[in-house]
Design a binder for this molecule. Structure first.
Ligand code: LLP
Length: 412
């Protein structure tokens, strides 16, 4: 295991949360969210991609700290409204490649701008809501991501509009009000690819040649999951975007605001997943540590082979760091072989070194604030686990544990 990463959340607070709410649980740190938002303050608008962490209380924090919101479903629109974001203004943008009848009704009722991802969406909204504010999400014909599954550009991506000219002519035909252009090439993209989006945006905006009010750089900003991962240089990223916007703005003779739409960057590092060791198993000469969370809670390692730094806290205040290290595989309780947290993208398992642990000690998965709780499921009929927010050393339960009865109630 690499150099011990400093716990973002104090050990004392983690132990209090365990005492009150029991394991397993998610914990978020308010200070870290605020710190990440401040890093992006030079962008005119920060639009939080709530799919990364959609708890209403997290959305309220985003609102309080001045961010706007991205919603990708009717459920996410409802969450945004519940958190206090308003329709009929720039607070919420609905981004998708489809729009169903219920969602269509909602965006029309609340006059929520739509970020168009398909020609069919233009026709649907155009027929019932002329003059509706729309953005165009352009597929820049290339993409990137930390995994093939999170790449959202190029010819193998279902996202965004490929034929921009056709989209623009239909937007005109239906008298829709084009207010912005948007590109998002993928999640966890590398810096060189992200930079290329600026040039693709200049090219598209000049080709479209319409006065607009907003340009969105999309999300995709990476975070350092591994202790030796490089941090993205926000200053220089902002600079190249600002330059591009100036160029577009001068040529099209209109004032344009620069948006950024991060999910992971704002919340990943604020969150940890706390689990308890339920079994220490020797299989031939390999040690499996089995904890009480599975890929129903944190799916990223099983789905993408994603790495999450893992640390240990003892149940009884034993000093662990001085102990001899053991090589282990970390797995969950699910009745499925792939329920392993230490696995690579090709599903091969690997070992990590941790201090010698005992049953009942706690395993902490770091940087799980993004795409952690929001991607959880009830697989193996395991209820959703609580979410706790720590602000100024005070623990706030922002989602309680689901009961088994609640889980079963839809079927009874
Ligand atoms: N904007 C759009 C249109 C998106 O589709 C996404 C992510 C974002 C913004 C935010 O991307 P971020 O800044 O968080 O990278 N479940 C995967 C990530 C999938 C992201 C899907 N779209 C993961 O756990 O890595």
């Amino acid at each position: 295991m690499k150099k011990l990463k400093k716990l973002i959340i104090k050990k004392k607070n983690i132990l209090s949360a365990i005492k009150i709410y029991k394991t397993p649980l998610w914990i978020y740190d308010y200070k870290t969210i605020k710190k990440q938002i401040l890093k992006l303050k030079k962008f005119d608008i920060i639009r939080f991609a709530q799919k990364s962490c959609s708890n209403i209380h997290i959305l309220k924090i985003m609102k309080k700290l001045g961010a706007k919101i991205d919603a990708v479903s009717l459920g996410e629109i409802e969450r945004a409204l519940k958190a206090g974001f308003k329709g009929n203004c720039n607070d919420i943008v609905y981004t998708s490649d489809i729009i169903d009848t219920q969602t269509l009704k909602k965006v029309v009722l609340h006059k929520i701008p739509i970020n168009i991802g398909s020609i069919d969406m233009i026709k649907k909204i155009g027929k019932i809501s002329p003059n509706h504010k729309v953005w165009l999400r352009i597929n820049p014909k290339f993409g990137d991501g930390h995994n093939k599954k999170t790449n959202t550009g190029g010819k193998n991506s279902k996202h965004g509009v490929w034929n921009t000219q056709l989209a623009i002519s239909l937007i005109q035909k239906y008298n829709l009000n084009l207010i912005g252009l948007h590109m998002h090439i993928g999640s966890g993209a590398d810096y060189n690819h992200l930079k290329k989006v600026c040039y693709a945006m200049i090219k598209s905006a000049l080709l479209i040649n319409k006065k607009i009010s907003f340009i969105s750089a999309g999300g995709g900003l990476p975070i350092p999951y591994k202790t030796n991962d490089k941090k993205i240089n926000i200053k220089s990223y902002h600079k190249i975007w600002k330059k591009s916007i100036k160029n577009i703005s001068e040529t099209l003779k209109c004032k344009i605001k620069l948006e950024i739409e991060p999910g992971r960057f704002l919340v990943a590092q604020s969150g940890i997943l706390v689990s308890k060791i339920e079994s220490i198993k020797i299989v031939k000469n390999q040690t499996f540590i089995l904890v009480n969370v599975g890929f129903n809670d944190l799916i990223r390692p099983a789905l993408y082979g994603s790495y999450h730094y893992i640390s240990v806290i003892s149940k009884d205040n034993r000093k662990l760091n001085t102990l001899k290290k053991i090589k282990v595989v970390i797995g969950g309780p699910l009745c499925e072989s792939g329920d392993i947290f230490t696995q690579k993208e090709n599903s091969e398992i690997y070992t990590i070194k941790i201090p010698k642990v005992k049953l009942g000690d706690y395993i902490i998965f770091h940087d799980t604030g993004a795409y952690g709780a929001s991607m959880s499921s009830n697989y193996n009929s395991r209820p959703l686990i609580p979410e706790i927010l720590i602000k100024k050393n005070v623990l706030n339960q922002i989602r309680r544990r689901q009961t088994i009865n609640e889980m079963l109630s839809l079927e009874i």
